[in-house]
Design a protein around this ligand. Structure first.
Ligand code: MN
Length: 201
């Protein structure tokens, strides 16, 4: 009997809530079609394998091939879509800020602005499809990694905190070929309380 073990996550905001940074149409395709397809694929692929009923992060850590590609993309998109909040009309500067994640960014990158510059540069220069990540090692030290295709820093023993999706499906409706402009715009909707929660949990 088929039983869906991995479900599509719920979005913590309305489909149009991230406009104008991410349009409702992009959410409808990216979340409603691309992520749904990865979920449907994985639920079919794991039937009768050792991965059936395994937690998603463990599947990503232990699998290869098609199961890894679909499981990785589900984990990546779950972290991606739950890290955003609506644009605030008059956002206050994010620095200085006493949240542990901001202190760690200043410690490990020199400043918040230097971190943003390096993050955007690594996202812009990642050739082809993939993800750029802010991740923490077991001592809490922060690193930025470039992961091709379905890659996630959990496969390197790192804790994923923040990510930007550089697959064209993430930005082509709204930004066409302007990946760098899309990445730069995403800072407006990052929910730093959520990133800090992931860092400190
Ligand atoms: Mn994507």
């Amino acid at each position: 009997m088929l039983s869906a073990i991995i479900s599509l996550i719920a979005l913590p905001y309305a489909p149009n809530a991230l406009e104008p940074v991410i349009s409702r149409e992009t959410i409808e395709y990216h979340y409603g079609k691309h992520l749904q397809t990865y979920v449907d694929n994985l639920n079919k692929l794991v039937v009768g394998t050792e991965f059936e009923a395994m937690p998603l992060e463990e599947i990503v850590a232990k699998s290869q091939g098609a199961i890894f590609n679909n499981a990785g993309q589900i984990l990546n998109h779950n972290l991606y879509f739950t890290q955003f909040k609506p644009v605030t009309p008059n956002p206050s500067p994010v620095t200085p800020n006493q949240l542990p994640i901001f202190k760690a960014i200043a410690r490990d990158f020199g400043s918040f602005e230097a971190f943003q510059t390096e993050f955007e540069q690594k996202g812009t220069t990642l050739f082809g499809s993939g993800w750029v990540w802010l991740a923490a090692d077991k001592d809490g030290k922060l690193v930025i990694t470039q992961e091709p295709n379905a890659g996630n820093p959990v496969t390197k023993g790192l804790k994923p905190l923040l990510t930007m999706d550089v697959w064209e499906h993430a930005y082509y409706i709204d930004y066409r070929n302007r990946r760098a402009a899309h990445l730069h715009s995403l800072w407006q909707i990052i929910n730093w309380d959520e990133i800090n929660r992931r860092y400190t949990e």
